[in-house]
Design a protein around this ligand. Structure first.
Ligand code: ADP
Ligand code: MG
Ligand code: ZN
Length: 552
């Protein structure tokens, strides 16, 4: 138990060393638990203030608090920050010379350090001092890295299991912003702190507006989005290194100050990008997921996902980099089936394939939601939001259901006519009567269904087809070239008069009163140009998919 004196000490340390007057939400309870030498598992969103939960107790312990941290670059920043606040801290890693390392070990022995940051790989070199004589507390930052169920698994973290055996009476505090229950349990199990007290903060970041849009013309949509609020910082997350570079280039040609960031750049290049972003010299960073961990920039106003993230944890963590100052911010996600297919391909063959695919499916459901997105997001983290949030695209623009039976019939009959052998893109091309190379080569322009859906835009057909898939009326054969296939329920729509309720994309025009006159394509010079143009577009589209295919 703590006397008032130690409690006063906590507040005065908070003020003296960190300059803050009050604790945030659960910080105080966590700090007190650590000081009473109990293990804790802290789940707190990015920017929530996890570091304080071990940095402040470290000041009160006699020995050293060992902080396990995944990235050498982050360690240095944190240690510099602590030293600047007058706290005796250092780090230990492979970038240091033997004599530097000896010096640090000596400081531990002399009890001259309050915090020692170390990468899991370097623990073996610290064997001699990892005992309860010197170590008072162990903090495992970014603890999700230990779980292959988390989104950022690092094999080196698995060595941490032995620590509790060596330090059975030392309080352990594991911290992460990744919160699904399975990962949480796995972290505690792997660290052998099953009885740890869990502190789970609310994951609601109400200040971030959530929006999902179909991915066609992503680049021009992004340019428009950025130009709506000029000079405001943001991050565009992309799946591949190449995309980050191409996009940064595109943005620059549109007069936007943008830089690419990915793990393929060397340390110096990465630091440069990071710094110029933090100091507002670069407005936009086009980045892979390598960017962001530990970046403390409070005025990131928006985060765009150029590609769909692998899972909700990743999405949540990435959008969480926006609006850390609590001011109004925006998260925009582009949803494309090509991305889903790609992510499925990445997952296939992995040892935990089923697990990854289940997580991807949750991400997909979020993207295709017709109910409040924040409710879905929070329910993923085990939180119940009583009311709709009013700050997501679905709340702001609730979808209207309409009788979509005719559209469903058109789609399914096209799938049938195409012998269930073509992907979504070709099905739509046939519906829209596009005379591109594939369509003409395969003679699809002779089909009865050719051109029966000209009045509807490509992306609207996409929207409708995705809903049909979600309702089980057709499916994508992921292991057969992603062709669109019928299901046992298709017949109900095609032959048994079943009604299909769909939501309206904003772009669907009211049905025209007059049916268009059907025209057979004539090979005039004008249509030939059109055909070449279309096939170029098709080629471009395929290329775009290919580019996105190259994983980071
Ligand atoms: P996390 O590790 O959870 O992402 P950090 O520990 O990096 O978050 O903290 C995020 C920011 O919040 C930092 O700038 C930190 O100084 C600040 N912070 C932490 N605790 C408090 C507090 N009690 N009062 C005010 N600011 C705080
Ligand atoms: Mg942190
Ligand atoms: Zn909502």
């Amino acid at each position: 138990m703590h006397t008032t004196e130690t409690k006063d000490k906590l507040f005065s340390n908070l003020k003296t060393y960190f300059g803050y007057d009050t604790f945030r939400a659960q910080q105080k309870a966590i700090i007190e638990t650590v000081l009473s030498k109990k293990d804790c598992l802290v789940i707190m969103p990015t920017g929530g203030g996890k570091s304080m939960c071990f940095q402040l107790p470290a000041l009160s312990f006699e020995g050293v608090t060992l902080v396990i941290s995944p990235l050498i670059a982050l360690m240095k920043d944190q240690v510099d920050g602590l030293n600047a606040n007058g706290i005796s801290a250092s780090y230990f890693n492979s970038s240091q010379s033997a004599s530097e390392q000896d010096l640090i070990i000596e400081r531990v022995i002399q009890a001259d350090l309050k915090l020692l940051y170390v990468a899991p790989e370097s623990l073996a070199s610290l064997q001699n001092i990892i005992n309860e004589k010197y170590i008072s507390c162990v903090a495992i930052d970014e603890a999700h890295c230990i779980s292959s169920w988390g989104h950022d698994f690092r094999p080196s973290y698995q060595q941490l299991g032995f620590l509790k055996g060596t330090l059975p009476n030392t309080p352990f505090i594991a911290l992460t912003a990744t919160a699904d229950k399975a990962t949480r349990t796995d972290i505690a199990k792997q660290l052998r702190i099953e009885h740890a007290q869990q502190f789970i903060s609310s994951f609601d970041r109400e200040n971030i507006e959530l929006e999902v849009r179909p991915a066609d013309n992503r680049i021009s949509q992004i340019v428009k989005f950025i130009n709506k609020t000029p000079n405001q910082s943001g991050i565009v997350y992309c799946l591949s290194r190449k995309t980050t570079e191409q996009l940064a280039k595109k943005l620059k040609t549109n007069g936007i100050s943008a830089k690419a960031y990915h793990a393929g750049l060397n340390f110096e290049e990465r630091s440069k990008v990071q710094e110029s972003f933090i100091y507002d010299k670069t407005q936009v960073v086009c980045a892979t997921v390598a960017f962001g961990m530990g970046i403390d920039k409070s005025n990131v106003r928006w985060v765009v996902h150029y590609n769909m993230p692998k899972n909700i944890e990743g999405y949540y963590q990435e959008i969480g980099r926006a609006g850390r100052d609590g001011l109004k911010s925006h998260a925009l996600l582009f949803h494309s089936y090509a991305d889903v297919i790609q992510l499925r391909n990445f997952a296939s063959g992995a040892s935990n394939e089923a697990f990854q695919i289940a997580k991807l499916d949750r991400m997909k459901q979020f993207s295709e939601a017709t109910t409040c997105r924040r409710k879905i997001l929070l329910s993923y983290f085990g939180e119940l939001l009583a009311e709709n949030c009013g700050n997501c695209d679905v709340c702001k623009n609730p979808p209207q259901f309409f009788d979509g039976t005719i559209f469903a019939q058109k789609i399914l009959s096209a799938v049938y006519r195409l012998k269930q052998a073509e992907p979504i893109g070709t099905v739509i091309d046939v519906l829209r009567g596009s005379q591109n190379a594939t369509v003409l080569d395969k003679g699809y322009n002779q089909l009865k269904t050719f051109g029966i859906g000209r009045e509807i835009a490509y992306r609207d057909w996409q929207h409708l087809i995705i809903q049909l898939i979600n309702q089980g009326f057709c499916e994508i054969a992921f292991h057969k070239n992603n062709v669109l296939r019928l299901t046992e329920f298709s017949n109900k729509v095609l032959f048994e008069g079943a009604k299909v309720s769909l939501t309206k994309p904003v772009h669907i025009p009211e049905p025209k009163v007059k049916e268009r006159v059907k025209r057979k394509p004539k090979s005039t010079s004008k249509t030939r140009v059109k055909t070449v143009e279309n096939s170029l577009f098709e080629r471009l589209r395929q290329l775009r998919y290919k580019i996105a295919l190259e994983e980071d």
